[in-house]
Design a protein around this ligand. Structure first.
Ligand SMILES: [Zn+2]
Length: 302
């Protein structure tokens, strides 16, 4: 999955640091991130500007003062070759000023490009950048917010309201019945491959109740034996995904919610067309079922 890094460890804790020469600076515009173009073309690899590159680019241009960019510490990633620190570069001016060697690339590029720790850094930085961009004023009193010194939180200096990063919990559900699984396709989305039943948790329900409700709403089926599988931070949509396997309880007739889904059907293992992609929890769950890993399980190995 996209968060499972090869020989690298992600450290999320907020630290009140200033960038240094070799640190990465993430410039984000909407859901696009500034990347080094030459690296993408020559080696199909991701590379971001480092602090020294930003300083040089601005010195060469001369129209921007160094203080035009505000830096916010994001996270660090420990690799075999040392620890990499990532900062958000916040600047309206810099969004228009793009050095020749760089271009803004949409976040979907991180589903394919390597190395994996830089791809994960890109999509995570994108989520954080969007949260910072939309968390600038207090929703209660309208004052500009200030960053807390100790944790990743924006605080109102007037009424003391606190704002934490937005993470929406959601479920991915594999409904099985012996050698069959319910596979779905979403209605009205770009993503046209098979998926599993999915939906957001509502206020006042447990995550297990979300599983039952979403399955009932989307395909009109009752389930039993709900078992937690794994979770996945899915920064593409500000979501925390919780994967569950469960079994059909009673009538197997699918009654489709046609606003949400374009199709929902029982497929036998050998009818599943999905191939391994190494990115999403949905894909991993489908592949485990397809390969027969969940035939008689009660517990999973994490
Ligand atoms: Zn306030």
């Amino acid at each position: 999955m996209i968060q499972e890094l090869t020989d690298a460890v992600y450290h999320n804790e907020y630290r009140a640091l200033e960038p240094e020469s070799e640190d990465y600076i993430m410039f984000v515009k909407g859901r696009s991130v500034l990347l080094k173009k030459s690296m993408l073309i020559e080696s199909n690899a991701i590379e971001y500007p480092r602090y020294k590159d930003v300083i040089n680019a601005m010195a060469n241009d001369g129209s921007l003062s160094q203080s035009a960019i505000k830096y916010i510490y994001l996270f660090q990633i420990e690799t075999k070759n040392g620890t990499l620190k990532f900062f958000l570069g916040e600047s309206d001016a810099f969004l228009k000023f793009i050095p020749d060697a760089y271009s803004y690339e949409p976040q979907n590029i991180f589903r394919e490009k390597k190395p994996d720790f830089l791809a994960f850094a890109g999509v995570t930085a994108c989520q954080l950048a969007n949260w910072y961009a939309s968390t600038r004023f207090c929703g209660a009193c309208g004052m500009p917010l200030e960053h807390d010194k100790k944790e990743r939180m924006m605080r109102c200096p007037k009424c003391n309201a606190m704002y934490y990063p937005k993470i929406s919990p959601a479920v991915i559900v594999a409904v099985t019945d012996r050698d069959r699984i319910i596979m779905t396709k979403y209605a009205g989305r770009d993503y046209t491959k098979y998926a599993l039943i999915a939906g957001f948790a509502e206020i006042g329900e447990t995550i297990e109740e979300t599983v039952r409700r979403e399955v009932m709403e989307e395909v009109g089926i009752k389930v039993k034996n709900i078992r937690y599988y794994k979770s996945q931070p899915w920064s593409f949509t500000d979501t925390m995904l919780f994967g569950f396997f469960c079994e059909l309880d009673g009538d197997d007739t699918i009654r489709l919610d046609e606003e949400e889904l374009s199709s929902g059907e029982w497929l036998y293992r050998d009818e599943i067309p999905t191939e391994y992609d190494g990115i999403s929890l949905t894909n991993e769950m489908i592949m485990r079922f397809k390969n027969g890993d969940v035939r008689n399980f009660t517990n999973f190995e994490f």
